[in-house]
Design a protein around this ligand. Structure first.
Ligand code: NAP
Ligand code: ZN
Length: 352
């Protein structure tokens, strides 16, 4: 099918720094919109993929799935958007629309395999989908979100992945008044989780390995913050948490946190440590605990999350960078040296 070239930043192999390149975007189909990308967040999943942590990276790769921009063109049959509208694209850009999961608005679990905004097979152009580290994005309007005008665009970009990834399990496991909700790891996902859980009315306890984040967690809205490397501090929380959202990106001991759950509590994994985690029998049989997981969220829930964040004035704490700083940003993200999300000002892509 017809296509045109746009500028992007990507790489062809592990350890090759990201650099300027050209990629193809398809000609608009009847239900497609074209978005000029204004801001794109940098998620740890982008880092996992450029390191090929999960073994499935398709090269070349152009990461980026926390996309906010303006609609520049709309296909002939587009109903939801017109040129000039603000628009967001997160992780999902296509699904079968027919299976039980899609009918339940859970496109992320589509039986036919969901198409992600980057590093998925591209049904139209062949090769793989290319993400938001680029000038434009083209996709079906069904997967495009309305961005409430009251949100600050740069600090709203991370909501498209980090926001929905924590909003969905917080809602599913019913964060709210009277609930002790734990957040494990204060990175991009964790810091937004604190704000959303608090806005839902829960009592929020944060578990962090970083001493510098203990005080900061309270500024972000946590009721209590615990240095998780200090076993003494953890003792106070044994058997009192209703559920804990685990956002940790590397292998860690989940048994420590399963033991903090009250009976019938859940440890909900959203982080994606590349190595398998080990669970001791007594961590789950005692107290009928569940070890569970959650993956982003469906399109309608993503819209609901954006509207919720606009209503409660929730935004990510960001460090805005130019695309030329992308490799330095990934190196810092690897070290946990960002408070709390890098967002790229995509206007910088025009300057080289
Ligand atoms: P991030 O900004 O790097 O935050 C991860 C946090 O985990 C760190 O800030 C750190 O928090 C903690 N951590 C890192 N290494 C650790 C270790 N070895 N032991 C204990 N704690 C450690 O990453 P992110 O963007 O929030 O993403 C977090 C994870 O979620 C990644 O694996 C990402 O791929 C995944 N993810 C999953 C989904 C999904 O839908 N399931 C969606 C998006 C992202 P402290 O300093 O507070 O300890
Ligand atoms: Zn992500």
């Amino acid at each position: 099918m017809e296509s045109h070239e746009v500028k992007a930043y990507g790489t062809e192999a592990v350890n090759v720094p990201l650099h300027s390149m050209h990629i193809k975007r398809r000609a608009l189909l009847a239900h497609d919109v074209e978005i000029e990308i204004l801001y794109c967040g940098i998620c740890h999943s982008d880092l996992h993929q450029i390191k090929n942590d999960f073994g499935g990276t398709m090269w070349p790769i152009v990461p980026g799935h926390e996309i906010i921009g303006k609609v520049t063109r709309a296909g002939a049959h587009v109903e939801k958007f017109k040129a000039g509208d603000l628009a967001g694209v997160g992780c999902i850009v296509d699904s079968c629309g027919k299976c039980e999961s899609c009918k339940d608005d859970l496109e992320q679990f589509c039986d036919e395999e969901v198409t992600f905004s980057f590093n998925s097979p591209d049904k139209y152009l062949g090769g793989s989908t290319y993400g938001g580290f680029s000038e434009t994005y083209v996709c079906n309007e069904r997967y495009v979100l309305h961005v409430p005008a009251t949100l600050d665009l740069a600090s709203a970009a991370p909501l498209l992945c980090a926001g929905i990834t924590v909003y969905s399990p917080l809602k599913h496991w019913q964060a709210g008044p009277g609930k002790m909700v734990g957040i494990l790891g204060i990175g991009g996902l964790g810091h937004v989780a604190i704000k959303i859980a608090k806005a839902m009315g829960a009592h929020v306890v944060v578990f962090t390995t970083s001493p510098s984040k203990v005080e900061d967690a309270k500024r972000l809205g946590a009721d209590e913050a615990v240095l998780s490397t200090d076993a003494e501090q953890l003792k106070k929380y044994v058997r009192i948490m209703n559920f804990i959202i685990d956002t940790v990106s590397a292998k860690h001991d989940v048994n420590t946190y399963l033991n903090l759950l009250r009976h019938d509590g859940s440890l909900v994994l959203v982080g994606l440590p590349p190595e398998p985690l080990e669970i001791a029998a007594f961590s789950v049989v005692s107290g009928r605990h569940s070890f569970s997981g959650s993956n982003i969220g469906g399109i309608s829930e993503t819209q609901e999350m954006l509207d919720f964040c606009a209503k409660h004035n929730i935004r990510a704490d960001i460090e805005l960078i130019n695309i030329q700083q992308i490799n330095e940003a990934f190196a810092r993200l690897q070290k946990g040296d960002v408070k709390y999300r890098f967002v790229i000002d995509m206007a910088s892509l025009k300057t080289n």
